[in-house]
Every structure is written in C-alpha cells, then in structure tokens.
Design a protein around this ligand. Structure first.
Ligand code: PMP
Length: 431
C-alpha cells in the first residue's frame, strides 16, 4: 500500500510540530518506528488516508468513537450547536440535560462537573479527595494511565509499600512521593500498602476494568476488597472510567460490575468525539468544590454547548436497543477468529476481551497485570500491526492498547479483518 502523502506530510509535520504529532502515542514508537498514517476522512467504521487508501478502523480515536466516525445524529447535533454559537461562558440548559443523563446512567454520580479532558477529570478528583480527607497520598495501580497531570506520572517504588519516583522529567520527587503504585489484581500488596500508609492515604485511583495495558478485568472480589480496605482506613475510592464508561453497557463499568466508588472520572465516549471530561460522585464529597467549597476547579471551555450536544447525541445513540449486544457479538466473532488463526499459524497468543473491546497479546497465555503485559512479544506485535496496516486495517500502534469496535462495524468488516489477520499471523510465524 502506497502512502506517499503521509510520508510527505510527516516530514512537514516534524518541521513545525514537536515530534510531528500532537500526542506521543500517535508516533509509531510502540511498533519500532515508521510513518504515522495521515487520515483525511472517517465515516462509520472506515478511514481514508491522504493517499485515498481505505482502512477499517479499530483505533476509535483511542476510545471515544464508539458510534463510528461522523455518526449522522452526532454530526447533526454538532452542526446545530455551531449554528447557535459554540461557547457562551454562561450556564446552559444543555448542561442540565447532559448531567441528568449521566446521573441516570451512572447512579453513583450524585453531583457532576464537566471539564475538558480525562486528564483534568482525574486530576481534579485527586484534589477533591485530598480536600475531603485532609490527607495527601494516593495509591494507583501499575501500568494504569490516568492522564498526564504530575500526580499520576509517577513510577512504582521498589516494592508495594514504597513511595513512587517521577516517571516523567519535570515531575518533582516531592510530588512522586505522594503516590504509591501497587500491582493490579494483587490484594495482598494493596493491604500491605494500607497497613503502612493507611492514615495518610486520601484515595486510591482505579481503572475498574483496565484499558491501558490492554483490556484486563479485575479478579473476582478484587474491587470489592479494594473498597472495603480503603474505607476501613478512611480513604476514598476513585474510579477512572475515562475508557470504560458506556463501553460495556449504557452506564459505567461500575454498573456493569456492580461495585461502586466514591468518585468517578469520565471522558472519551461521553463527548461523542469532542473534547470532554467530567467528574462526580458523592454529594458530600463534591460539595468541597468551588463555588460551594474550598477546592478550586474551573474552566473556560467546561460544559461548552458543542461538547454537551455531541455527548447527549452520543448517549442517545448508545441508549438504543441492541447496541451493546451488537458490540459483543462482533467482539466474539473477532476474538474467536483471531484465536483460530493464531492456532493455525502456531503463533502463541491470547485475547482479553470485554464486549466490544479486546487486546491481542503475543507470546503469552494469561494477562492479569502490567508486568505480564509488558513481557509480551513486542516484535511480533509490531510485525502483526504493520502487516494489518498494509492490508487496510488500522489498529492502535502499541501492544498495550485495545481494539475498539464501534456500532458501525459489521460482520463483513470482521471477516475482512480476519482475512488480513490470516496473512499477518503468517508473517509473524516466519519472523
Ligand atoms: N484516564 C484513562 C483511563 C485514560 O485512558 C486516559 C486517556 N487515554 C486518560 C485518563 C486521559 O484522558 P485525556 O487524554 O482525555 O486527557
């Protein structure tokens, strides 16, 4: 597949835009380098690049595009919002409408606030948890990504009960010391952490179903135990549902799993593709936020009519009957097909799937935590990724990401994808 224009545009981009991309995950670093594809149009499950090559898209813009590209109802909602003026700086009825919809879908959100990104949402839940508890430390799980605020760009210490160190230049040691990182699905490590630091911990940050080292589900009882232990020690539980909310059902992963946090951070899907974040939770905690309380958080763009309109339209699409059944059916077809082809070509791999989101891991049989995901075969993934891309299948360029199905994908798309995978696995098998 020729991608001459992408090559030219990437060269040009690197002259003007740092690294040629506006988010590092778009560069092909995770697949050993290469030229990112410059897309020019998306419609439904498909993309067309600047050379007019067509792709079936499984990136879904890293998650938000669950309704497919340019979904007519969402597009219409954005057009109407634009015609009425995109930004007011005053309250609007749309914010009430959207807040009510979110609360109806995710009942633990007694009060909500809209922000502009998942990063902001998570960052603010941490501030609010600190304001509420009067404590400074937080716990997070290894390999989970919670945006790029200083507080969460922190690497694990040498054991579960040791304090963190900066995971990015520019994050101070003092900030990192407030963050403790423990392995996901390891309740003993979490208990040990609380025994050591419990009285200083404001909150634990949890992706209830992990989406950032592939899709990884919590072990049975793990989230319940995290809740119990955290509350016993006087801390709060924050769910980062930026990826998971409305992914598996009309509601949060918390509603899907029937285990509930004190606060939740949201983003991605709820904006229908426009910039958004939101956070919310127990009313007595949320009341710590300005203008009612002493914890400050604000935003010029927060709750803007365009994002509200796109979000409302997206949730209306997702509320339709059969949506999640469709995603699950396609996910199952894809998973079964990928595993069958892997066996056919004697390539060792496993698939973790929750409904319409899955990750294909190479060189392994089980993935329940980050270390296992990190140890999977990067070269095989890179070979597979490139072979798929050259056959018009657009996956995320990293072994840690998920394939996201949209309601626009069809069984024929899955079958075409599997045909491409047959060749891609063959290539993996010979390298
Ligand atoms: N939390 C999670 C779980 C995420 O996956 C992401 C983004 N991938 C974020 C937070 C940050 O969201 P944003 O990129 O909108 O700032």
């Amino acid at each position: 597949m020729e991608r001459v224009r992408s090559e030219q545009l990437y060269t040009e981009a690197k002259e003007h835009i740092l690294g040629g991309v506006n988010s590092p995950s778009r560069a092909f670093k995770g697949v050993g380098g290469g030229t990112p594809v410059f897309m020019k149009r998306g419609s439904g499950a498909y993309f067309w690049d600047e050379d007019d090559n067509k792709y079936i898209d499984y990136l879904g813009a890293y998650g938000p595009i669950i309704a497919g590209h340019a979904h007519p109802a969402i597009t219409k909602a954005i057009q109407t919002a634009a015609e009425n003026g995109v930004l007011y700086g005053t309250p609007t009825k749309l914010e009430n409408e959207f807040a009510t919809k979110l609360k109806d879908a995710i009942p633990s959100l007694e009060k909500v606030r809209f922000v502009n990104s998942g990063t902001e949402a998570v960052m603010t839940t941490i501030r609010v948890a600190r304001a509420y508890t009067g404590r400074d430390k937080i716990v997070k799980f290894a390999g989970c990504y919670h945006g790029h605020s200083d507080l969460v760009l922190v690497a694990a210490g040498s054991g579960p009960a040791t304090l963190g160190t900066p995971d990015s230049a520019g994050v101070t040691k003092n900030i990192a010391k407030e963050v403790i990182t423990v392995p996901f699905n390891d309740i003993d490590a979490y208990r040990e952490t609380l025994e050591k630091w419990g009285t200083e911990i404001a909150a634990v940050l949890v992706e209830p179903i992990v989406g950032n080292f592939g899709m990884v589900e919590p072990a049975p009882g793990f989230l319940q135990q995290v809740n119990e232990l955290t509350h016993e020690h006087g801390g709060l539980v924050i769910y980062d549902e930026v990826i998971t909310a409305f992914r598996f059902m009309y509601g949060g992963a918390q509603d899907y799993l029937d285990v509930y946090p004190d606060m939740t951070a949201l983003g991605k899907i709820i904006g229908g593709g426009l910039p958004i974040g939101a956070y919310g939770g127990r009313a007595d905690i949320m009341e710590k936020v300005a203008p009612l309380g002493p914890a400050y958080q604000a935003g010029t763009m927060a709750g803007n009519p365009a994002s509200m309109s796109a979000g409302i339209a997206c949730l209306d699409v997702l509320a339709q009957e059969g949506v999640y059944e469709h995603l699950n059916n396609l996910g199952e077809r894809l998973e079964t097909g990928l595993l069958r082809l892997a066996r056919k070509h004697h390539v060792k791999c496993t698939v973790n799937r929750v409904k319409g989101a899955l990750t294909l891991y190479f060189g392994t049989e089980t993935i329940t935590n980050y270390d296992q995901a990190d140890a999977t075969n990067s070269e095989q993934f890179a070979t597979f990724f490139k072979a798929m891309l050259d056959q018009g299948i657009n996956l995320a360029p990293s072994k840690f990401e998920a394939w996201f199905l949209t309601i626009a994908h069809t069984e024929a798309d899955i079958d075409q994808t599997l045909e491409a995978a047959d060749l891609a696995f063959a290539e993996v098998a010979t390298t």
